[in-house]
Unconditional design. Structure first.
Ligand SMILES: *Cc1c(COP(=O)(O)O)cnc(C)c1O
Length: 388
């Protein structure tokens, strides 16, 4: 059996400017990266606070490898649940003001597992259209009746909630900060609607955690919503915390249910304990280093002001994600390539990651960028936009 059909489909992707390639990095992660023998200023990373390469985080990781080895050795429910995993869970529960927290090996698996544990065919789930792929897949895989509501459209969500139903439970799910648009979910409305309709509310704050809120507690903490109001809070370590993995926080019953039922929790190897140790250090830095969040906001404001001055089409975002709407796939790729020529790495985001006709440059900021680098990016953008 040959792959003739598949190779034809690959050729087709190239023709539509939808073919994806990987760039090989030859340096540490950060705002300056080495690619294909060139040093680029990186405006594509999710390492928003610049903690992925932090000396204290690295030191903690190295010492933990000496103390605990490299792999965890097993799944959490077998013999892979180390003391340091437990310590990190306790830190996260305390920091988020939830009864308990539970680690997952990745955010993707957390989202699959949470919905797997909570939902059956007799339930229903409503998701924002622009939710992260892992939330969409989690909802679909759960077997529950699945509906998407228009992005941040609370009237549309309400319409779904009011529909006559025989469903036992209803789950409403939203990104906290939308990963490709950078805008925040209408949290107060979501909480009000979910409460009124006795639905569970789940927020995935992968991009808000560490960035928003005085101590980096994310969009939920920024608005002061408690476990009662946002009963299922999920976030990841691979973004602002600069490490790897994810957690869900909530009530004793929620966490216990997930441990008993989530297949992506039960049937997978636990995170390396050294990652848990590094994440604990990273979490403390995240909380303590308020300057990182302030610096980010300064960079973001500076960029938005400069971009508006250039007449660039920005989106309503106050997060570290500042996309520039471009439209066609071809133009997004061309602009990304032109910026790269000038020494900047800004990735082009195309369907199916974003809806068709909304290809964009996804500019992201790190607390380690300098204002001068933002100015240089703006100057390069101006040049590219004139030429395109
Ligand atoms: C990155 C991301 C995930 C997946 O997390 P990983 O740990 O990278 O698997 C889930 N949800 C959102 C919103 C994300 O941005």
């Amino acid at each position: 059996m040959a792959f003739t059909q598949l190779s034809a489909q690959l050729v087709d992707l190239i023709a539509q400017d939808l073919y994806r390639t990987r760039q090989i990095i030859d340096s540490t992660p950060g705002v300056h990266v080495q690619i294909a023998g060139r040093q680029l200023i990186n405006f594509s990373s999710n390492d928003y606070l610049g903690l992925a390469n932090h000396p204290q985080v690295k030191q903690a990781f190295k010492e933990a490898v000496d103390a605990f080895g490299v792999g965890s050795g097993a799944a959490h429910l077998v013999c892979g649940h180390h003391r340091v995993h437990h310590d990190l869970e306790n830190d996260l529960a305390e920091f988020t003001g939830r009864e308990r927290a539970l680690l997952f090996s990745t955010g993707f698996m957390a989202n699959l597992g949470i919905m797997d544990a909570l939902l059956t065919r007799q339930d229903r789930v409503f998701e924002d259209r622009l939710n992260h792929a892992s939330l969409i897949d989690g909802g679909l895989a759960s077997g529950a009746r699945f509906k998407r509501y228009r992005h941040a459209d609370m009237a549309d969500l309400q319409r779904h909630l009011l529909a006559k139903t025989t469903a036992l439970n209803t789950l409403v799910v939203s990104d906290g900060v939308f990963s490709m648009d950078g805008d925040g979910a209408p949290l107060a409305h979501l909480v009000a609607l979910a409460t009124h309709h006795q639905a569970w509310l789940m927020i995935d704050d992968a991009h808000g955690f560490g960035v928003l809120g005085e101590q980096g507690g994310g969009i939920v903490a920024q608005h002061g919503f408690t476990q009662q109001e946002v009963p299922i809070l999920m976030a990841t370590f691979g973004k602002a915390l600069g490490t790897f993995g994810a957690f869900v926080a909530g009530s004793e019953t929620l966490i216990d249910t997930i441990i008993q039922r989530a297949r992506s929790y039960i049937y997978t190897t636990a995170l390396p304990p050294a990652i848990a140790v590094a994440t604990r250090v990273s979490l403390q830095l995240m909380i303590k280093d308020t300057w990182r969040r302030q610096k980010l906001q300064t960079l973001i404001a500076h960029f938005r002001e400069g971009a508006e001055h250039l007449g660039v089409c920005l989106m309503p975002s106050s997060s570290a994600i500042q996309p520039i709407m471009v439209g066609t796939n071809q133009r997004a790729l061309a602009l990304s390539a032109a910026l790269r020529e000038q020494g900047f790495w800004v990735s082009a985001i195309r369907p199916p990651t974003v809806p068709t006709h909304t290809a964009r440059l996804r500019v992201t900021f790190s607390a380690l960028h300098e204002l001068a680098e933002v100015d240089a990016l703006l100057a390069a953008l101006e040049k590219c936009l004139i030429n395109s």
